[in-house]
Design a protein around this ligand. Sequence first.
Ligand SMILES: [Zn+2]
Length: 241
Amino acid sequence: MKLTSGIKDLALTTNGNGASDPYHAVLLVDEDGLTLVDAGLPGMYEQIVQRVEAAGLDASQIKRILFTHQDLDHIGTLPQLLEHLPEAEIWAHRDEQPYLEGKLPHIKITPSRLESMPPQQREAAQRMLDALVPGRVTRVLEHGEKLPLQGGMIVLHTPGHTPGHISLYVPEEKLLIAGDALRVVDGELAGPAEAFTPDMKRALQSLEQLLELEIDRVFCYHGGMYEGNVHGALRQIMTRS
Ligand SMILES: [Zn+2]
């Protein structure tokens, strides 16, 4: 699906056990190549390639991978991406860098969580953790930074779900790519999933800055597109909690 002419929804799905909500990784198409924003769960690499090809593009032209944060469902295909795209840059926020480089333990994939996973899943998660080594992040992003993508995409630090979580704002489109800072649940904009958000208070505070931006559409990794009264919905999310 096209969000704009240069921004595509890859809508990755889990194979096997029936219908599931897609994981809305995004592909940015710019003159100098492709940028993947988040990369699905382990096992979704082939799907990423298929989706990119279905959009009439060449996956070997993925020049950079931008991670909104460290969670397994966002960086799960990292080992395969590194294998197939050894030249690709990895971009992430400064506060997420130590986790993506194995200098700090992954927040949600703890040893006990690893142990509780079925063997195949555990192996895939461990492989991903093993790929988190010093130097992994090739460009460290800062809050407010304007990226040379989509006519000047802005990095917004939106911590709480993880310390270095970022969302991306595309002023030209009045579009927010929220990552997991927001979700769409039953057609409504919602805050991040509490069970997976260690600092919910900070996550909600992170939303305040969005009221200063003109936003017509919010694209969430979980739930996809929200179009409507974004500021009104944000105020509700912040007061409800
Ligand atoms: Zn997620």
